[in-house]
Design a protein around this ligand. Structure first.
Ligand SMILES: [Fe+2]
Ligand SMILES: [Fe+2]
Length: 205
């Protein structure tokens, strides 16, 4: 299909879903479908670009089911800077690798989609509202929210207050969990949380 006779038409979430489906396990495809639905809900609620939020959600977990050693090898092969926390848990590399492979193998060239997917595990200070809608949808989709009450609160804040306030609540919950359980904290989680705290006026500086 072409829209100007030369270059292929940009993907919609539906065409990307069709293109990705054969390489994803059914469970991952079902997770992505739930994330697209919640991203749609949040984008509508806040008057955002709904097709953009849906496309970000559709692409976000392209390589989430790839084995950790394979993700690490792909990151090393590309010469990516790998944080020690990522080396211990290579699943954290699925955002960057997914963003790169969506561009290379599926022709998803929109830089806003690229950045949103690259950073979708911890968010980013430069995130667009649509990226926040996708980010929160990924964290609070019904199967996850059923298992952790804090996520239902994050979803409610996203609907009733703001996407950024919801993202801060999510990162706070994960930080508390990390302290409680003795987990490491990815530096990007701290950068994003600091940004949101200062932006929302609740930082201590
Ligand atoms: Fe993911
Ligand atoms: Fe996800």
């Amino acid at each position: 299909m072409s829209h100007d006779g030369v270059t292929p038409a940009p993907h919609t979430d539906a065409t990307l879903r069709a293109a990705m489906a054969s390489e994803l396990p059914a469970g991952m495809l079902a997770h992505i479908d739930r994330v697209v639905a919640v991203a749609d809900e949040l984008a509508r609620r806040h008057g955002l670009d709904v097709p953009l939020a849906r496309l970000m959600a559709q692409g976000h977990d392209l390589v989430r089911a790839v084995p950790p050693a394979d993700l690490l090898a792909r990151a090393e092969g590309r010469g990516l800077t790998i944080d020690p926390v990522e080396r211990d848990a290579p699943v954290l590399l699925h955002g960057p690798i997914g963003a790169l492979e969506l561009r290379e193998r599926f022709g998803v060239t929109n830089p806003r989609v690229f950045d949103a997917i690259w950073h979708h595990t911890w968010g980013h200070p430069d995130y667009t509202p649509e990226a926040w809608a996708m980010f929160i949808a990924d964290k609070v989709e019904p199967n996850k929210a059923r298992k952790w009450k804090a996520l239902r609160t994050v979803h409610r804040i996203a609907l009733e207050q703001s996407l950024e306030a919801a993202a801060l609540r999510y990162l706070d919950a994960r930080l508390k969990e990390a302290v409680r359980e003795g987990f490491t904290v990815h530096p990007q989680a701290t950068l994003t949380r600091n940004h949101l705290l200062r932006r929302l006026g609740s930082g201590n500086t």
